[in-house]
Design a protein around this ligand. Structure first.
Ligand SMILES: Nc1ncnc2c1ncn2[C@@H]1O[C@H](COP(=O)(O)OP(=O)(O)O)[C@@H](O)[C@H]1O
Ligand SMILES: [Mg+2]
Length: 155
């Protein structure tokens, strides 16, 4: 397990950090967002999407009701919000396994609700509100291929 925590002092810093992560991602990677409502998960995802080459981050919004949004970057980006999901098995029904293995990047908000179905190639990002505009952003990864690549974020 490889873990490090960074601090963001603004929405812009959170997005910039997301962009740095997005630039490091490769097809088959999964990003799991954890944090309370309003923590900044979706703003972080906007950054990740831009880092993945998505041209316009205005199309990046929490897919709370539709479950999954798709964006076109240098790879396909699948953005899920499983807040309203009943059972982790429902993810299978919407094609989660295929999304994870089809050569794109998958990003999941509220991923702690489906922890047991998340693949090993997952970067866990836990955002904690520590002030009006301050956030602690903790990164956790446990995959031999991801750690040296995404671990560059800590430097
Ligand atoms: N450092 C920060 N990073 C991200 N969002 C922040 C930060 N400081 C304040 N905010 C505010 O917190 C809210 C985060 O919203 P959003 O990203 O939609 O949260 P979530 O997806 O976790 O529910 C926004 O209103 C944003 O302006
Ligand atoms: Mg959100």
């Amino acid at each position: 397990m490889h873990t490090f925590t960074l601090t963001s002092q603004s929405v812009e810093q959170s997005q910039a950090l997301g962009r740095r992560l997005g630039a490091l991602l490769q097809p088959g990677d999964v990003v799991a967002l954890v944090g309370q409502l309003g923590a900044g998960k979706t703003y972080f995802v906007k950054g990740v999407a831009v880092g993945l080459g998505v041209a316009d981050d205005r199309q990046v919004n929490s897919p709370t009701f539709v479950l999954v949004n798709e964006y076109t970057g240098r790879v396909p980006v699948h953005h899920l919000d499983v807040y309203r999901l009943g059972e982790p098995e429902e993810l299978t029904a919407i094609g989660f396994d295929e999304m994870c293995t089809s050569g794109g990047v998958v990003i999941v908000e509220w991923a702690d609700r489906v922890r047991e179905v998340m693949p090993k190639r997952t970067v866990w990002v836990e955002i904690t509100v520590t002030g009006a505009e301050e956030r602690k952003i903790k990164f956790d990864m446990n995959d031999a291929e991801i750690i040296p690549r995404v671990g560059q974020l800590a430097k």
